[in-house]
Ligand binder design. Structure first.
Ligand code: C2E
Ligand code: MG
Ligand code: MG
Length: 367
């Protein structure tokens, strides 16, 4: 069907024979040909299953070959994979997980935690980032990297992402009005739904000022959905909504779209922050300096992700980065704990003010 076909080979073959056979098929297909003046290439992913080793019926044999094909595609396409029992287990695991995700939509199994974002200058929080968590019935807490790809694959990220936006904006309404709320947006939401009208609806419903909302998009989302992202970002900025480029440095890192798209902030990925105080910090430091200088020229804020030590904060500040987020300040906390965090922070700030009034709360007076 479509671009797939099955080939039944009625010979005794072992794994080595099949590998050779597959290699021949692929090299024949891979020969480029010219059509209408264009040079075209075809690549094939091949999944192989053996009878009676892997399956006892024709239906099961096709199913096993299909799982192997899926594994070949996952391994980067243009390759051959043979069926293994592990593939069935994985597929079953995924199938169960998708079922459970579906059941959890609309229930309290999903909840948000919030991680504060800090201004290095005075140490004050500027806002929080909302991060999704799933309490999978029968299993316990599951982290987003495990379930967000499945939500995206199934399209469930569309209703759930709308829920995240509303919940986060509603929660933000209880914080002091200078604090922002950052919400992660998936490319699938942009591709398969009208994100702009969803956000308009949430802002109208919750009463949150647009300037308090910050939408986070990753580089790979921007690359994949480039046609839809351009007008979306413009419309968001027209409303005064802030737009952050998340995980900067991990994707394609095209500097061109830093000036092409109307971002307000770059979030420097944790992978550059972790090494800056280690033995081999030269490259990471050079990259961070370059990013902050570029951001400064383009009038963009920079936030460093994953700060875990004071040493890292000081190094980042000396390199021109002014905001950060990480376990050093706080791990993501429950909504209830955000009030406690803000209260404790306020008391600490007042304490500092009283003990050294002339110094104010400037931590980096010379910066
Ligand atoms: P992200 O948006 O880059 O979020 C930052 C991640 O880094 C969070 O992981 C956070 O817990 C973690 N982190 C923060 N500070 C530190 C630190 O000091 N050390 C270390 N080791 N880690 C730190 P989390 O919560 O597991 O989220 C992972 C990713 O899942 C997020 O990366 C984001 O891309 C995605 N995600 C989370 N919630 C949502 C959501 O509601 N919608 C969408 N589309 N994606 C989400
Ligand atoms: Mg983020
Ligand atoms: Mg990030």
């Amino acid at each position: 069907g479509g671009d797939e076909f099955a080939w039944l080979v009625d010979h005794h073959m072992d794994h080595a024979d099949v590998a050779k056979f597959g290699e021949r098929c692929r090299s024949l297909l891979a020969k480029s040909f010219t059509y209408d003046g264009n040079v075209l290439n075809i690549y094939a992913s091949i999944g192989v299953a053996f009878a009676p080793l892997d399956a006892g019926t024709d239906e099961d044999l096709l199913k096993a070959a299909d799982l192997a094909l899926y594994a070949a595609k996952e391994a980067g396409r243009d390759t051959l994979r043979c069926y293994e029992a592990e593939l069935s287990r994985k597929s079953q695991y995924k199938h169960d997980m998708v079922n459970d995700l579906r059941k959890s939509i609309g229930s309290e199994d999903f909840f948000l935690v919030y991680q504060p974002q800090i201004n290095f200058g005075d140490g004050d929080p500027t806002g929080f980032e909302a991060l999704l968590r799933w309490n999978r019935p029968g299993y316990g807490l599951v982290m987003p990297l495990e379930f967000i790809p499945l939500l995206e694959e199934t399209g469930l990220i569309v209703p759930l992402g709308a829920w995240v936006m509303e919940r986060a904006c509603r929660d933000a309404m209880t914080w002091p009005s200078h604090l922002t709320i950052a919400v992660n947006l998936s490319g699938i939401q942009i591709e398969r739904s009208n994100v702009l009208s969803m956000i308009d609806g949430v802002l109208a419903k919750t009463g949150l000022a647009p300037a308090r909302l910050e939408v986070e998009l990753t580089e790979s989302t921007i690359m994949k959905e480039i046609a839809d992202v351009r007008p979306l970002l413009k419309a968001l900025r027209d409303r005064g909504i802030r737009v952050a480029l998340d995980d900067f440095g991990t994707g394609y890192s095209s500097l061109a779209y830093l000036s092409e798209f109307p971002f307000t902030k770059i979030k420097i990925d944790r992978s550059f922050i972790t090494p800056i105080c280690g033995a081999d910090s030269t490259i990471a430091r050079a990259i961070i300096r370059t990013i902050t200088q570029l951001a400064h020229t383009l009038h963009l804020e920079t936030t460093a992700e994953g700060i875990e030590t004071l040493e890292q904060e000081e190094a980042l500040n000396s390199m021109g980065c002014r905001h950060g987020q990480g376990y050093f300040y706080a791990k993501p906390i429950s909504f209830e704990d955000t009030a406690i965090f803000l209260d404790a922070h306020k008391k600490a700030a007042v304490g500092r003010e009283q003990s050294a009034p002339s110094a104010g709360r400037k931590k980096y007076a010379a910066a």
